[in-house]
Ligand binder design. Structure first.
Ligand code: C2E
Ligand code: MG
Ligand code: MG
Ligand code: MG
Length: 284
């Protein structure tokens, strides 16, 4: 209570809050420098056809390699990059570099690989998005129809009409759209009806528990069948065990992604994986 603390109480922020803010400001500065100094790296996680075990694409996942060698995960810095709008130039860098990389893999003969790139809500809604995507596709020569942009349902919270129009504009360019982390956000079936999307990614928590919890399994089954009725393809995220894979195959889930098959990999490691004969990998 202010009165108890007396007239000297000008302490708006607790020490803890102050140090958190200090930490944030420092992190923001580091993030700016990271962009200038190209300290970001891209990893690629295989996306696999459930029925055959064939790698059919990869999701780009950014990492920050700090000068002292530590790797910082996107979960730690993407939210701050959003707050500070640094996600705009960072996102442009991600799109450009991953399309350039994927183009090399296409040129090496792996033309069937599709590239999935995450867009945060701010990036998706940003005025320059259409120009950015167009410029990157032109500059890298990467085929629009091999590019899939992953967004979460939360984009629609701000402006559903604008979201739909933007999705449609991207689709008109030939780009695919996936709804990421499906089932965890403000999932509305109205959005599923209205969004011009190509695929749904079932969020990891459902996959994690589907083998032990019949309710999770029932939800996964329902999501797959609903998606197929809407002519959407379905990919399961965070598949870690053979039991999960078996169950997902039974439920006719189209694609899987997760540590069971592979963690996100550095570009060189991903390249050696796609250059191996895929039938040597035990997916059955
Ligand atoms: P996301 O798009 O849902 O990506 C999936 C996350 O799950 C990745 O975490 C991936 O490494 C992790 N993962 C994949 N398989 C498994 C598994 O079997 N088990 C477990 N426990 N985890 C698995 P990551 O790389 O830390 O990325 C976290 C989030 O950060 C991403 O979630 C995405 O929302 C965001 N993000 C990553 N890269 C970018 C980017 O380039 N741009 C934007 N805007 N966001 C990004
Ligand atoms: Mg995808
Ligand atoms: Mg994603
Ligand atoms: Mg996800």
């Amino acid at each position: 209570h202010a009165k108890e603390n007396g007239k000297n109480n000008y302490q708006f922020f607790s020490d803890e809050m102050q140090s958190t803010m200090f930490h944030k400001v420092q992190l923001e500065n580091d993030l700016r420098e990271a962009l200038d100094n190209e300290e970001f790296i891209l990893h690629y996680q295989p996306q696999v056809e459930a029925a055959t075990g064939k790698i059919i694409g990869m999701e780009t996942l950014i990492r920050w390699q700090a000068p002292d060698g530590t790797i910082i995960s996107p979960a730690e810095f993407i939210p701050l990059a959003e707050d500070t709008r640094l996600i705009i130039p960072i996102g442009k860098w991600v799109l450009h570099n991953s399309c350039m990389q994927a183009k090399k893999w296409h040129d090496a003969g792996h033309t069937h690989l599709k590239l999935a790139v995450n867009l945060s809500p701010l990036q998706f809604m940003h005025d320059e998005l259409m120009d950015t995507v167009q410029d990157v596709l032109e500059a890298t020569g990467f085929d629009a129809s091999s590019l899939e942009l992953e967004i979460t349902e939360s984009v629609a919270v701000y402006d559903a009409e604008k979201t739909i129009a933007r999705m449609q504009a991207l689709r008109n360019m030939g780009v695919r759209i996936a709804l990421d982390d499906f089932g965890t956000g403000y999932s509305s079936l109205v959005y599923l009806k209205k969004f011009p999307i190509n695929s749904l990614k079932i969020a990891r928590p459902f996959i994690q528990d589907m083998v032990d919890n019949p309710k999770d399994k029932a939800l996964v089954e329902a999501i797959v069948s609903m998606a197929h009725s809407l002519e959407l393809s379905v990919i399961a995220e965070g598949v870690e065990t053979h039991e999960q894979l078996t169950s997902l195959k039974t439920l006719k889930c189209d694609e899987i992604q997760g540590y069971f098959f592979s963690k996100p990999l550095a570009a060189e490691t991903f390249a050696s994986l796609i250059n191996k004969k895929m039938d040597s990998i035990n997916m059955r």
